[in-house]
Design a protein around this ligand. Structure first.
Ligand code: SAM
Length: 222
C-alpha cells in the first residue's frame, strides 16, 4: 500500500509505516537536514513547506495519508492558540485529503488538542479542543468512518511513555479503543496477560555502558 506523509520529520513514523509494509510516494518535510535524513534512509523526501505543495500529482494514488502536524498550537507547553496559531497544520492536512482522496487517513498529535481552553465558549479559533471537534466534523463528511484514540506508545512496546491523540478516517470502522495493547505497566502486565513496558535501559542500556561511552556518565553503571 502507498502512503503519503506530511510533516515527516526525520522519519520515525516513516520507518514504522515502512515496517508495516507501506511504500512512500512522498514524505514532505520543510527542514532541509531532516529531509536529507529521510533521503539517506531511502524515503522519497520532498523538502518543502506543505502549504506550498500541489497534491494533485498524488490524486487517487494514495492508500494512506499520514500527517504529524506541528504540536505547538495544541500543546500544554505552549500558548495553545489552536487554529489561531500560524503554525497550525490541520487546514493544509484537510486540503491534502481533498486533493488526494486517500482511502485511509491517520494523524497523530499531542493530547493538548483534546483539552478545552478556559472559558472557551465553543470558539474553534481560540480553543484547540473546539478546533478538533471541527476537524472531526470535516473528516466525517469525507470518510465513511472516523474517530479519535488516546494511546500511549509504551503500550505497544516503545521504550517511552509517549501519549498521543490519533485522529483517523477510512472506509471501515476501527475499534473504538484503538489497536489492542501488547504491553502494560509492570504492576498490571501479568494480570492483563501482557508484556511489561520496555524500559530505556532494556532498549539501549548496553550502548550506554562505560566501555562504549567513555566521556559520558553511564546510567547503567550509575
Ligand atoms: C512532530 S514533527 C514530526 C515527527 C515525525 N512524524 C516523526 O515520526 O519523526 C513535525 C515536523 O513538521 C515539520 N513542519 C512543521 N511545519 C511544516 C510545514 N509547514 N511544512 C513542512 N514541514 C513542516 C517540522 O520541521 C517537524 O519536523
Amino acid at each position: 500500500m502507498r502512503a503519503l506523509e506530511l510533516f515527516a520529520g526525520t522519519g520515525g513514523a516513516a520507518l514504522g509505516l515502512h515496517r508495516a509494509g507501506f511504500e512512500h510516494v512522498a514524505a514532505v518535510e520543510r527542514n532541509a537536514a531532516a529531509a536529507d535524513t529521510l533521503r539517506a534512509a531511502g524515503f522519497p523526501a520532498v523538502a518543502a513547506d506543505v502549504r506550498s505543495v500541489d497534491f494533485a500529482a498524488w490524486r487517487a494514488g494514495v492508500d494512506l495519508l499520514w500527517a504529524s502536524p506541528p504540536c505547538q498550537p495544541g500543546s500544554i507547553a505552549g500558548k495553545r492558540l489552536g487554529a489561531g496559531d500560524e503554525r497550525d497544520g490541520w487546514p493544509v492536512t484537510l486540503r491534502a485529503i481533498d486533493a488526494c482522496r486517500p482511502t485511509w487517513f491517520l494523524a497523530e498529535n499531542v493530547l493538548g488538542w483534546s483539552y478545552h481552553a478556559d472559558r472557551c465558549g465553543g470558539d474553534a479559533v481560540a480553543c484547540p479542543a473546539c478546533d478538533l471537534a471541527r476537524i472531526q466534523l470535516a473528516l466525517a463528511t469525507r470518510f465513511a468512518f472516523s474517530g479519535t484514540w488516546l494511546l500511549d506508545a509504551a503500550d505497544y512496546g516503545v521504550p517511552q511513555n509517549r501519549r498521543r491523540l490519533v485522529v483517523w478516517g477510512g472506509p471501515l470502522p476501527l475499534a473504538d479503543e484503538g489497536p489492542t495493547p501488547t504491553h502494560a505497566h509492570p504492576a498490571a502486565a501479568e494480570v492483563r496477560g501482557l508484556e511489561p513496558w520496555i524500559t530505556m535501559g532494556d532498549a539501549i542500556g548496553e550502548t550506554l555502558h562505560r566501555g562504549t561511552c567513555e566521556r559520558r556518565l553511564c546510567y547503567p553503571c550509575e
